[in-house]
Design a binder for this molecule. Sequence first.
Ligand code: PEP
Ligand code: CO
Length: 450
Amino acid sequence: MSVEPDPQVVAGLDAWEQLTAAQQPQWPDAESLRAARGRLASLPPLVFAGEADALRAQLAAAGRGEAFLLQGGDCAETFAEATADNIRNKVKTILQMAVVLTYGASLPVVKMGRMAGQYAKPRSSDSETRDDVTLPAFRGDIINDHAFTPEARTPDPQRLLEAYHTSASTLNLIRAFTTGGFASLLRVHEWNRGFTTNPAYKRYDEIAAEIDRAIRFMAACGADFDALRTVDFFASHEGLLLDYERPLTRIDSRTGLPYDCSAHFLWIGERTRQLDGAHVDYFSRVHNPIGVKLGPTTSGDDALALIDRLNPTGEPGRLTFITRMGASQVRDRLPALVEKVTADGRPVTWVCDPMHGNGITSATGYKTRRFSDVMDEVAGFFEVHRALGTVPGGLHIELTGDDVTEVLGGSAEIDDEGLARRYETLVDPRLNHQQSLEMAFQVVELLRAA
Ligand code: PEP
Ligand code: CO
């Protein structure tokens, strides 16, 4: 039986149109935008409400310390890079990290990609100037093209449809990989053994040996490895472009409630979390689990006001706070925030984004981050939660499965000159495959200490 939605709930889904929506493009042609939105509204949902509900329960567990969220992927996906190899390598990296965390720290890991929809980017400026030429800023493949020409930079609503179809094919491959045997525990474990035989990673030998023993022990106990061939893998992106999110919102026939069916989990970015803005209003009305990024200027009162708007009844797993303070500020800024929210009593899941507060420009002119700063922010996040008796519930990171050279440091010691070797990102620098695995081993150390 299907439940009819409340007409007022449906009407409320358009309330954001009357509010200020930060970081939206200037579409040049209202008619083609209307047509693209209409087409999106008629296409099948990319995910189902029941899957979003299952994720909400898992995020609630992460909030209680009974699971750990691992959310990772590109800063910005691109249409050109939505290839089988690329998607496989990212999924593989996340699965490898998840096995290290699961068996190293004895904690179920909630696996989530910044994938299958991470196409819209907030920018610090609406325009970009090179020499004497000023053009609209690149806002992600869902809006315009990165090439620096007037044609490429003009927002094009047809891109909404290309984003949808590229997300659909990405999700299709992810679902095939995570149910078809590619993700089997024994396979992933075998890949990890390849990593730890490298002498550069000697430091992790002990944890690697323990993971190996844990998995052998399972085998000796007759574990059903066939059942471990399938893993849940969730899709997420920043809910930035409301002309995309609104048409992909659907009424769940079981409950009559709206869900944004472009992804299981959507987060509101640091630049669009204004309490009276369009994004907070919109995501207050859909029933997916929702995240909000919190930078170093966030006050305890801001956090409470966000809870009032996004999770007034305190439903566990509904709201994740993704803090991104920077290594130099996390130990000073995070405690007051966590204390205030904890005193309120409504549960949130605390997740650390150690990427976006640690940007620097290298001597050679690249936008980069230091692996040591990234790990220092993660360590600070664990220290703060340990001191307050609260739960470090997960990690949100920018990574790729490839061997790029975008983040400085790590055991492979990428230096200023090394960045040029393979710097491919169009927006923020990502951990490469090896750096991602190193992070997983170091987080096991932190989880064990906690
Ligand atoms: C991002 O996650 O790519 C991003 C832009 O983050 P933030 O909103 O935290 O700056
Ligand atoms: Co980014």
